[in-house]
Design a protein. Structure first.
Length: 139
């Protein structure tokens, strides 16, 4: 049985909350986002490997990261704030990170822009495999 995207978002968010190392604030009203750590902070958190789909990724509800797994065992992380006008990205559709504010698309592999209006890639974060978890922090 394969969990749907909402399950991934929820499980990743709960896992991050359980670890409790991310700065968690509320106030974001976008659907699927429960808060975020301030971009550029040194907050780190752990995300279960099994919550990050191969060929896709997960947008963390309670931290400012997108964590992706372009190929099995290869993990990447990016700041989830769109480089166009700062909306948090909305979804991951296949190998594409989507910002619905104005339609920008980014690669799950390197955060590069695959469709405008954004012109700059998502800001890279650090993703390190640690057993059954991926430790994510701002670079
Ligand atoms: S803020 Fe993301 S496309 Fe405009």
């Amino acid at each position: 049985m394969t969990p749907d995207r909402r399950t991934f978002l929820t499980s990743a968010g709960l896992a991050a909350l359980a670890v409790g190392t991310a700065a968690v604030t509320s106030g974001c009203t976008s659907s699927g986002s429960g808060g975020s750590a301030a971009p550029g902070t040194s907050a780190s958190l752990s995300v279960p490997v099994d919550s990050i789909p191969v060929g896709g990724g997960v947008i963390l509800d309670n931290a400012s990261f997108v964590v992706t797994q372009p190929t099995a065992g290869e993990f990447r992380a990016f700041n989830k704030m769109c480089t166009h006008q700062g909306c948090p990205v909305s979804s991951i559709e296949g190998a594409t990170i989507v910002c619905r504010c104005h339609g920008a698309h980014f690669s799950i592999t390197d955060g590069s822009v695959t469709q405008g209006p954004a012109t700059k890639p998502l800001r890279a974060a650090t993703a390190v495999l640690d057993g059954a978890e991926v430790r994510v922090s701002a670079t």
